[in-house]
Ligand binder design. Sequence first.
Ligand code: GLC
Length: 441
Amino acid sequence: MQEDQKLLEDAKSVLAMNDRGSYTQPAHGLYPHQWLWDSCFVAIGLRHLDVERAQAEIMSLLRGQWHNGMVPNIVFRDDPQYRTDRNIWRSWVNPYAPNDVMTTGITQPPIIAEAVVKIGAKLAWPERRSWYRMVYPALLAYHEWLYEERDPHKEGLVLQIHPWETGLDNTPPWMAEMHDHQLPTWISIIEKTRFDKVINLFRRDTKSVPIDQRFSTIEVLCLFDIQRRLRRKSYDINRVLDHSLFSIEDLSYNAMFIRANTHLREIAKSLREELPEELIARMHKTEKALEELWDPYSGQYYSRDFITHRLLKFPTIATLLPLYAGSVTQERAKQLVQLLEHERGFGPAYPIPSVPLDSPWFHSKLYWQGPAWVNTNWLIIDGLKRYGFKEHAAALRESTLEMVANAGCYEYFDPITGEPAGAANFSWTAALAIDLIKTKA
Ligand code: GLC
């Protein structure tokens, strides 16, 4: 109890430290802008401290929404200091980008509806209605855009065009595909001549975080190469998909989308708004299509290559996110819960690892290839509760809070030792610790 109190105070001070007025930066130095899913998680924590500030967080994010409905993964700070970041993306090359704010040209997991509903739960009905009214058109436009642009063959699953869109930047299925398809000649030459060691010296991220906890320089170059190709096509999805071999129907993204659709339907219902029939049909199709990602041989869900429909059979934290989606059967949910019980798999001392320990990809401190993250724990706790796995939910809540209380509000944690890694004073870790303390098991 006393420990919770101390963690609560620490977490509040992290959020205050990263507060930039209308939005919260994920971490000082490394992440100075506003990120989509970071701000949603931040708002979920902030609602316990100041509901209006939580609402402002979401409204600030929506300032970056494009006229076609896309919500970008980053809204840039307009400080002259960050001109390079804005220029890398040049969102103005696309006619739908807003004029007054600079953004990227890709999106991130659609957690906005979750944040909207969680904030709503803190408001009495008349205020909740006004809040829902305020954000509903933007939410609807975002979900319609996801279907329109990201499910071009009406398969039910939405595709992503850059690993950054999943938020799980270096997650194995994406990295494996990237190495298979995307090593352009100039990057291969850099790799062969070992020139990447020189480039290392200019990286901003490795100034704040040890290099063995981040992407390799070759991977960073590939990520920027993909980004440059998207920019060359002005972020126009038809042109992007025309010749690209690199698009994935990501499991984690689609699982979160299913939950977001459920929230959107509830918001619409409470406002007595009718969602377009076609949209509702597509939402149901997504739930069905998720089952196409199930692999009966290994008893797990996987991401799928958009072009070839090949399942990308790499177990990662995404494996467990159908629990959060809420659309899978109780039987399947039970099978996923069993995966949490293997110490050499998803159940080490400080769960949940972003890649299971028995995977050849596992590195205990390498970003999304092993460390435990508080946001994915939060999503899975939420799913476990809804499926009635109360004890598992309570245990995961407790180990998550213990990990953060011991090590501090870091970006990620070694799942074997609980040691902190990545950026210090990380906003979503703080915000979600607050939410876990305040909402109990
Ligand atoms: C990293 C994470 C991503 C997050 C961003 C800002 O890129 O992988 O999920 O949104 O940092 O914190």
